[in-house]
Design a protein. Structure first.
Length: 286
């Protein structure tokens, strides 16, 4: 395997105290020859050289606040994480952490992290392909922006990649293997470039927007990527500042905004559309 000069350097963050995180990291070590340096550091170099441009690492974390040491060089971060839900469905999911309003589950209030839309799409498609290939029947979806952390000292993208939704799934060996492979492949492959949109409306698991991310739905006959997603249950709490923030905190240029027509009330649609028009952002109802 040779070095790829154009490849952005990514870093995995994992919890040293969580079963799902450790399951994923264990499979990076077992299946992909990552080297354990200590309990909080695993490394992999694509060409076997210590300073290889595709040398990547996984950093263990045991705190709720993530502050990346200045000496850690990375263009983006992937968090190997558990997912919890009331319905307790077996699930593979990916999303950006961030809070559209209050910070009831960590991070800073009214603060989004940087979204890396084409990378999230690449990861979610890897998860979907393996889930289909093995005929697992698990749910594969994007989630809306929610919960912390807020990266404190690195203005860089952060994507959560999750196994859900109960302890049974967190320790599932096949799930750990699938997520490890998806994260690893995304670290070593440049993501395809797609027109990128922000999105508004619908529920927490964003089924309509997930269909666009996975390529099951097209926009103007082409695949697209989606960055920040604000669900219906947060629309009444957001303001102009948050919509502008969603645009500014997307790594890719934002081509426009998707609005789930049936996933918002008329008043909510009007509110969002007026703000978008003020900032010359094209609105598309889906």
């Amino acid at each position: 395997m040779t070095c790829a000069k154009e490849l952005k350097l990514g870093t995995i963050i994992y919890s040293t105290q969580n079963e799902a995180s450790l399951n994923i990291i264990r499979h990076l070590e077992q299946d992909w020859n990552w080297k354990k340096q200590n309990d909080k550091l695993y490394t992999f170099s694509a060409c076997g050289k210590k300073d290889c441009c595709t040398g990547v690492k996984a950093i263990g974390w045991d705190k709720n606040i993530i502050e990346i040491e200045p000496e850690i060089e990375s263009n983006y971060f992937l968090y190997a994480s558990p997912h919890k839900s009331e319905k307790q469905l077996p699930t593979f999911t990916a999303h950006y952490p961030g809070n559209w309003s209050d910070a009831g589950f960590g991070g800073d209030a009214k603060t989004l992290n940087i979204a890396y839309a084409c990378k999230l799409k690449q990861i979610l498609k890897f998860l979907h392909e393996k889930n289909s290939e093995l005929e697992l029947g698990w749910q594969v979806c994007a989630e809306v922006d929610h919960h912390g952390p807020t990266l404190k000292n690195k203005d860089l993208p952060l994507i959560f990649v999750e196994i859900g939704s109960t302890q049974k799934e967190w320790g599932n060996e096949i799930a750990g293997k699938i997520v490890a492979e998806a994260m690893f492949k995304s670290l070593l492959r440049t993501e395809p470039k797609y027109p990128t949109y922000i999105a508004f409306g619908g529920g927490h698991y964003a089924p309509k927007f997930t269909d666009f991310i996975l390529g099951r739905k097209l926009l103007d006959s082409q695949e697209i990527a989606i960055s920040h997603i604000c669900p219906k249950y947060k629309i009444d709490e957001i303001d102009e500042h948050m919509i502008v923030q969603a645009i500014q905190k997307t790594l890719e240029p934002v081509c426009g905004a998707l609005i789930d027509k049936k996933g918002l009330s008329k008043e909510q649609r009007t509110k969002v559309e007026q703000i978008l028009q003020k900032h010359n952002i094209k609105t598309i109802y889906v």
